[in-house]
Design a protein around this ligand. Structure first.
Ligand SMILES: C[S@@+](CC[C@H](N)C(=O)[O-])C[C@H]1O[C@@H](n2cnc3c(N)ncnc32)[C@H](O)[C@@H]1O
Length: 401
């Protein structure tokens, strides 16, 4: 069940990132932080600086603090928490222990579900809220700013929900800066953004992440980290997957490189599986978002087309932030079938000039007169679907094969 903050209209909800957290996920956070709170004893304080209605703080025995910017939510917080535990302010401006009356030697445990604006959310549609944060906390994503603010509070433990993309996309990971320099991931439980109900069409992985202050972490630590998948009980570990990165170019030409395709074909740029599945594939004219498809590389884009058509595991959300998965040897072994399938299946390729179709068919030894058989289709589908269960994401399914 998702709780929607019912005192806000839709626009304000989007602006404040105010989607409240289901109880079972709150309980997970409590379980993860319990040992630290116990160890800290009377000196431990739990804080949520994006507290909403106080889902993470209500009914707890020990010291709590709540920060919240929204008037309506603050009113509710004051009904469920001691008045002197509620701080009505922008948590991203000058956060400090002193401001929340937390002793420097207290064991500080940050919990919560800070707001975030991911690129698939409604933020994209011009409703975006302003992120008014201190200069060193400023980031285009509010959630990243919140993580950095915890480092400023010198929290001993941080256990919050955030998009997994903050960790697994190298460019995002670099933006964590001070946070990654001082905090190390200890537990990561994954679930689908569908649990929040309101976050738009494309589902993506969200993590309940437990961090301890100390040595910090680098991207390699993330690549080799065993995340737990809440629904299936399986694990998800980045470095078991091979992606098309390094094999298939996914960006339009920069300053160098050919701008025109010798086949007159282009492929819509894709950051990850989610955007590949969402966007158009082949295009017959240059486009500012078009990757140039060159002769000799066509089979790779034919692979992307097959991936788009056939990659649909029940837990697709888990893979949304990764580049398309691939087994390079399989791709090579099936290049003829992949090319034949794309030429027959993609409307732009079907409508392409005869000479272009003939050139591609000639390059790969494809007979344009022969229909793709259901058996070939199934073979391609199997090969691509296998990539989802072939990793460690779903150990039960992998064993069953
Ligand atoms: C995703 S909700 C989480 C609410 C609550 N922790 C829960 O899970 O039920 C995020 C909350 O952060 C608040 N918020 C957004 N920006 C903020 C800021 N700069 N300072 C303090 N609170 C903020 C929103 O008003 C919203 O209540």
């Amino acid at each position: 069940m998702t709780t929607i903050c019912d005192h806000l209209d839709r626009d304000s909800r989007v602006k404040l990132g105010a989607y409240y957290t289901p109880e079972d996920l709150v309980a997970r956070v409590h379980d993860l932080v319990a040992p630290y709170v116990e160890r800290g004893g009377a000196k431990s304080v739990m804080i949520d600086t994006a507290a909403g209605y106080g889902a993470f703080l209500q009914g707890l025995a020990g010291e709590v603090r709540a920060g919240e910017i929204d008037d309506g939510a603050v009113e509710r917080l004051r009904q469920v928490l001691p008045a002197d535990a509620v701080f009505h302010a922008n948590s991203l401006q000058e956060p400090s222990r002193a401001r929340y009356r937390i002793a420097e030697d207290a064991t500080l445990v940050v919990v919560g579900n800070p707001p975030y604006n991911d690129t698939t959310s409604e933020f994209r549609n011009g409703r975006k809220g302003r992120n008014e944060a201190d200069a060193d906390l400023q980031d285009r994503d509010l959630g990243v700013s919140f993580l950095r603010s915890y480092a400023r509070l010198r929290a001993d433990v941080v256990c919050v929900l955030h998009p997994l993309s903050y960790l697994i996309k190298p460019a995002n990971f670099r933006r964590l800066k001070e946070f990654a320099a001082h905090y190390r991931l200890r537990h990561g439980l994954l679930f689908s953004s569908a649990r929040f109900g309101q976050t738009g069409g494309t589902k993506f992985p969200v993590v309940i992440a437990l961090y301890e202050r100390g040595a910090g972490m680098d991207y390699d630590d993330v690549r080799t980290f065993d995340f737990e998948v809440l629904e299936s009980g399986g694990t998800f570990r980045l470095d078991v997957f091979t992606t098309t990165d390094g094999l298939i170019n996914k960006y339009p030409p920069g300053k160098q490189g050919p701008r025109e395709s010798d086949l007159g074909l282009y492929y819509y740029t894709f950051r990850d599986i989610n955007s590949l599945l969402r966007n158009a594939g082949f295009m017959a004219a240059p486009h500012y978002n078009g990757i140039v498809v060159l002769r000799g590389e066509f089979h790779r884009y034919a692979y992307l087309h097959a991936f788009k058509r056939f990659f649909a595991p029940a837990n697709a959300w888990l893979y949304g932030n990764l580049s398309p998965l691939v087994e390079p040897a399989w791709l090579d072994a099936h290049r003829q079938e992949l090319v034949a399938f794309a030429l027959q299946d993609h409307p732009v390729l079907r409508a392409a000039a005869k000479s272009v179709r003939a050139t591609i068919a000639g390059d790969y030894g494809v007979d344009l007169q022969v229909e793709i058989s259901p058996a070939v289709r199934e073979r391609l589908r199997d090969g691509i679907m296998r990539l989802a269960v072939g990793g460690a994401a779903c150990p039960q399914a992998a064993q069953a094969r």
